[in-house]
Write a protein that binds this ligand. Structure first.
Ligand SMILES: NC(=O)c1ccc[n+]([C@@H]2O[C@H](COP(=O)([O-])OP(=O)(O)OC[C@H]3O[C@@H](n4cnc5c(N)ncnc54)[C@H](OP(=O)(O)O)[C@@H]3O)[C@@H](O)[C@H]2O)c1
Length: 353
């Protein structure tokens, strides 16, 4: 099949492109050309002298309709939109490809669920039962990152309107994939790094507030997530459907740390303490009674999705990459909800005395 990938470089995209090519598809990647990536040798770019398994097309999706003639010439059967972030992005895809492509596969996120806003206390009320299915309640407030930074991306980002525009479009059938927190080589968020750094720094213990230790999140290893995406592209029967993508089962923060510790041979201890013993900096404003685990039964049953890499190997590969590519600003806490080493040492000393 001829597939046009909007995005396709940087983190998740290259894994998807590689798998699509391995499946025998003809892939054209559309992006601004700002992110470079090493794709396998058999991937030739449009200007190469050999026949192209993969071609690149430089353009900005903000002006998607400007490229309509080129898209008509290309005539992709499936458009894979890796990066729809706003209702406008989605509407542009529908308007541009409605008479060109047969269907669209669009990447969404588990952040559409109300559970996300219960955690961040933007919604109150009863805790939503987990695992969250595709029919679980969605956030009632739009634009989850608006006001949190000056970045226009944060102002306009919301996958809920993206999904609504695409699913309601009558002239271009869509498949939506709701991704979990994705980890693996290339993860610019460095999701595992804060835990790994503590272990590599030979810390004697990692202190977790008890609710954080037991909090369950949904995760996916990038090669497995790419497998789910390529299945949705490949399978015509995916059209019109929304699918969660996630590992089975969801993992608590303590489980995740244990699994990393096992791989790196860390001998330290996970010390779980009640909220009352935490310093103010460690008292989270988030509501950790709400877990954020999604149910991936539908994609497993309907599309036959299975992980191609088991969790141990997935973590092992990610750890190897993380050690070789530490984040530029080496923070002890990273993006996690961990304590500073100083606070951690104070708690450990108190527990010993
Ligand atoms: N990473 C996660 O944990 C996670 C979790 C849930 C959902 N997701 C979703 O997964 C998708 C992929 O995420 P990712 O982290 O892999 O993305 P990413 O690494 O940021 O990749 C972005 C891609 O889009 C291209 N791009 C950016 N702006 C563009 C524009 N205006 N026009 C054309 N191309 C543009 C970039 O290439 P150029 O810079 O060269 O243009 C690059 O190929 C996103 O929809 C994200 O919301 C990710």
């Amino acid at each position: 099949m001829k597939i046009l990938v909007i995005g396709g470089t940087n983190f998740i995209g290259p894994y998807v492109v590689r798998q699509l090519i391995e499946m025998g598809h003809e892939v054209t990647v559309f992006n601004r050309g700002q992110t470079t990536v090493k794709l396998p040798e058999e991937v030739h770019w449009l200007k190469g002298d050999k026949p192209s398994a993969c071609a690149s097309f430089v353009g900005d999706r903000q002006n998607l309709s400007d490229y309509k003639l080129q898209f008509q010439k290309l005539a992709p059967q499936v458009v894979l939109d890796m990066i729809p972030y706003t209702a406008k992005d989605a509407q542009d895809v529908v308007d541009t490809f409605k008479n060109i492509a047969q269907r669209v596969v669009a990447i969404s996120s588990a952040d559409v669920y109300r559970a996300r806003d219960i955690i961040w206390q933007r919604e109150t009320g009863i805790i939503d039962p987990t695992p969250l299915t595709e029919d679980s309640p969605l956030r009632s407030q739009l634009y989850p990152y608006r006001g949190l930074s000056d970045d226009p991306f944060a102002h306009d980002y919301d996958k809920i309107p993206v999904e609504q525009v695409l699913i309601n479009a009558t002239n271009l059938p869509a498949t939506i994939l709701r991704l979990p927190m994705v980890y693996g080589a290339g993860d610019y968020r460095h999701r595992l790094y804060p835990y790994l750094k503590r272990m590599d720094d030979k810390r004697p213990a990692i202190v977790l507030e008890e609710k954080l230790a037991r909090w369950q999140g949904c995760y996916g290893y990038v090669e497995n997530v790419a497998r789910a995406i390529t299945l949705a592209v490949n399978e015509e029967k995916a059209k019109g459907n929304i699918y969660n993508v996630a590992e089975l089962p969801g993992s608590t923060v303590a489980d995740l740390i244990q699994a990393i510790a096992k791989i790196v041979g860390w001998q330290g201890e996970i010390v779980i303490v009640p909220k009352t013993q935490m310093p103010d900096t460690g008292k989270f404003k988030s509501n950790l009674n709400q877990h954020w685990v999604t149910d991936s039964t539908r994609i497993r049953t309907e599309l036959g999705y299975r992980e191609i890499c088991d969790r141990h190997e997935a973590l092992r590969r990610t750890i190897g990459w993380s050690r070789e590519h530490p984040p530029e600003a080496v923070a002890e806490k990273g993006h996690s909800q961990l304590l500073d080493y100083k606070d951690e040492d104070t708690i450990l000393a108190k527990l010993k005395s």
